[in-house]
Design a protein. Structure first.
Length: 235
């Protein structure tokens, strides 16, 4: 039996995924970069927006108008360097950055997630947009998280039959109208799923998808996102 020569330097003492200078420690980053990453704490257990006081409370917004999903886990706040990195991943093909981001997110989930789901479901792109971009960053992220956490990934059951206007270009009711009939669910009634996306802004997209999943019999829907934007008017 023949074995190929392995460069064990590729397996151990790898450099930090962000600064590329210091050796990585946990989650693909060196300790200095890990300490500098923008976190959200404490945060609403429902929507992951910052809250006053104890971690895991439900904010006033979610108490007044509960979303269709059950819980949100956000790895980081959408501030520097995430607000520079994620657009590069999403629109400029720099998907290699998803490696250390997924590792950091998986590490966060292992320490904070109360119950892991049975399946991960990426928020899909419409076929026309997927052809133009060439990849769905949410699906790539889901695959990496699934491999790291040993969770199955369902890439088929949730689809987006029609292309929609970018949600960032719309406000309020226009966002909800834009998504009406945009997603289709043809999967089983899972007990517990996590929807995977890169950024959560208003939550309109994941709420619409969650509403459909709940209607189809899915019992619990969590939202897993790399970054959460601040509430309107906050930085």
């Amino acid at each position: 039996m023949h074995y190929s020569k392995v460069d064990f330097g590729l397996l151990f003492n790898q450099s930090c995924g962000l600064c590329r200078i210091h050796p990585q420690t946990r989650g693909g980053l060196c300790q200095a970069c890990l300490d500098d990453m923008p976190r959200i704490a404490p945060a609403c257990r429902s929507c992951a927006l910052p809250t006053e006081g104890t971690e895991g409370l439900i904010c006033g917004r979610c108490q007044k108008r509960p979303p269709a999903f059950d819980r949100t886990y956000a790895a980081f706040a959408y501030r520097f360097p995430l607000n520079r990195l994620i657009p590069l991943i999403k629109y400029h093909g720099q998907t290699g950055q998803l490696g250390w981001l997924a590792n950091s997110f998986a590490d966060h989930l292992q320490h904070h997630c109360d119950a892991l789901p049975q399946v991960l479901i990426p928020v899909p792109l419409a076929a026309s947009r997927l052809r133009r971009r060439g990849y769905n960053q949410a699906a790539l992220l889901a695959a990496r998280l699934g491999a790291r956490l040993t969770i199955a990934t369902d890439l088929r059951s949730l689809t987006k039959p029609r292309e929609t206007t970018h949600q960032m270009e719309l406000r309020g009711k226009a966002r909800r109208r834009n998504l009406k009939g945009a997603f289709s669910w043809n999967g089983p009634a899972y007990d517990h799923v996590a929807l995977i996306d890169d950024v959560m802004t208003t939550g309109t997209t994941v709420n619409e998808i969650s509403r459909q999943l709940k209607k189809a019999g899915v019992r619990r829907v969590d939202i897993w996102v790399l970054a959460r934007t601040p509430a309107p008017g906050e930085q």
